[in-house]
Design a binder for this molecule. Structure first.
Ligand code: KG4
Ligand code: ZN
Length: 337
C-alpha cells in the first residue's frame, strides 16, 4: 500500500491540513483562514496567529480523516511546514506534528514552505514535467527558480526588497483597502481605467532576473496624496498598480525562460491567483511556444495539500525522522535544502 501522508501547514495566517496518498492523490484537505481576525489590525499579528493555529490544527486533522475515511493507524508519515514563516506559528504545526507522530510511532518530515508552493502545480492536471522555471510570488517571496527535479532548485533571480504580494498589500493599504490587500486591490482595479497613471517599473530592462518593488509604494503614496481620492480615482490608481506589478513579473518570467532555454513556466504562491497576471503570462508565453502551469486556485495561496504532497515526494528520496527533535526555521533559503 502506498504511504498515506498527513500534511500540516501553519507558517502564517492559514491552518491547512491534508491527507495525500501516492497513486491515489489527494484524499482530503481542509483550510481555516484567520483573515477576518487579522483584518481588524490591518495585517497579521503573530501572537494571535500562533494561538489560533493551536485551536485549529487538531479539529481540522479530525475533519480530513473523517472526509477521507482514514483512521489514525492508517497514517504513515506526518509532513509539516518547518519554515520559512512566523516562528511561533511554525512551532505550533511542528510540535503537534511531532507529538502526534511520536504517539503513533511514525516518522515526520519538515518541509520548506516554498517547496510546497513550487511543487503544487504538479497536483493539477495537466502537470508540468521537469525541468521547468518557477515563478514564486507570495506575500513574503518573489523568486524565479530553475527546477530540475524534486530538491533540485537553482535561484535565477529574486526581489531585492519587497515581495510582489507585499507590493500589492502595501499599495492596497495606501488606497484604504482591507487586508489582505492583493485580492481587494485586484477587485478595485477591475473598475479602473487602464493607462491613466504611469507607475515605475524598477529594473524592468536591467537585463537581470532580480526584482525591486519598494519604489512602487513610494510612488503610490505620492499619487494618493496628490489625488482627490474619489472612488473612480482610487480604482484608476489600483489599476495602475496592478499593471505595474504584473508587467514586471511577466517580463522577468519571459526573460527567465529565454535565458534557460526552457519552455514551461510554473506560477506558484498567492499572487499567482491574480487573473491579470495569469492572462498576461499565458498570452505572452503562449505566443512564444511556451506553456504556463498554475496550481488550482485553492492551492495557490497557503494550504495543507502542498505540504502533504511535497512530503510524499520527498519521501521518495529521503527517510522521514523518528527522533522527534525539531527546530523551526523562520528564515530559510530554498536553495539551501
Ligand atoms: O502564498 P500566500 O498565500 O502566503 C504567503 O506565503 O505569503 O500569498 C499571500 C499573498 C498576499 O500578499 C496576497 O495579497 C496575495 O498573495 N494575493 C494576491 C491575490 N490573491 C492573493 N495578490 C494579487 N492578486 C490576487 N488575486
Ligand atoms: Zn505561502
Amino acid at each position: 500500500m502506498p504511504l498515506i501522508t498527513l500534511g500540516i501547514e501553519s507558517s502564517c495566517d492559514e491552518t491547512g491540513i491534508a491527507l495525500y496518498q501516492m497513486g491515489r492523490g489527494l484524499l482530503a484537505h481542509a483550510l481555516y483562514t484567520q483573515v477576518a481576525m487579522h483584518n481588524e489590525y490591518g495585517g497579521v499579528v503573530p501572537e494571535l496567529a500562533s494561538r489560533d493555529h493551536v485551536r485549529r490544527v487538531i479539529p481540522l486533522v479530525r475533519q480530513v480523516m473523517r472526509e477521507a475515511d482514514v483512521s489514525l493507524d492508517q497514517i504513515n508519515v506526518i509532513a509539516y511546514t518547518q519554515g520559512p514563516g512566523l516562528g511561533g506559528a511554525l512551532l505550533v504545526g511542528a510540535s503537534i506534528a511531532n507529538a502526534l507522530a511520536y504517539a503513533l510511532d511514525i516518522p515526520t518530515i519538515g518541509i520548506h514552505h516554498l517547496e510546497g508552493h513550487l511543487l503544487s502545480p504538479l497536483l493539477s492536471d495537466p502537470a508540468p514535467e521537469f525541468p521547468f522555471v518557477a515563478l514564486l510570488v507570495s506575500g513574503g517571496h518573489t523568486q524565479l527558480m530553475r527546477v530540475d527535479g524534486v530538491g533540485l532548485y537553482t535561484l535565477l533571480g529574486e526581489t531585492l526588497d519587497d515581495a510582489a504580494g507585499e507590493a500589492f498589500d502595501k499599495s492596497a493599504k495606501l488606497l484604504g483597502l482591507s487586508y489582505p490587500g492583493g485580492p481587494a486591490l485586484a477587485k478595485l482595479a477591475a473598475l479602473g481605467r487602464p493607462g491613466l497613471y504611469k507607475l515605475p517599473r524598477p529594473m524592468l530592462h536591467s537585463g537581470e532576473l532580480d526584482f525591486s518593488f519598494s519604489g512602487l509604494k513610494t510612488a503610490v503614496m505620492t499619487l494618493v496624496k496628490q489625488s482627490n481620492n474619489d472612488e473612480q480615482t482610487r480604482a484608476d490608481i489600483a489599476c495602475a498598480v496592478q499593471e505595474a506589478i504584473v508587467d514586471v513579473l511577466a517580463h522577468k518570467a519571459r526573460a527567465a525562460l529565454a535565458q534557460t532555454g526552457l519552455n514551461q513556466l510554473v506560477v506558484a504562491g498567492g499572487v499567482g491567483a491574480n487573473q491579470l497576471l495569469r492572462s498576461r503570462l499565458t498570452e505572452g508565453i503562449g505566443k512564444r511556444g511556451g506553456k504556463v502551469f498554475y496550481p488550482d486556485l485553492e492551492f495557490c495561496t497557503d494550504n495543507g495539500a502542498m505540504i502533504a504532497f511535497a512530503g510524499a515526494l520527498r519521501l521518495e528520496q529521503q527517510q522521514g525522522k523518528k527522533d522527534y527533535r525539531f527546530n523551526v526555521k523562520p528564515r530559510w533559503n530554498l536553495a539551501e535544502i
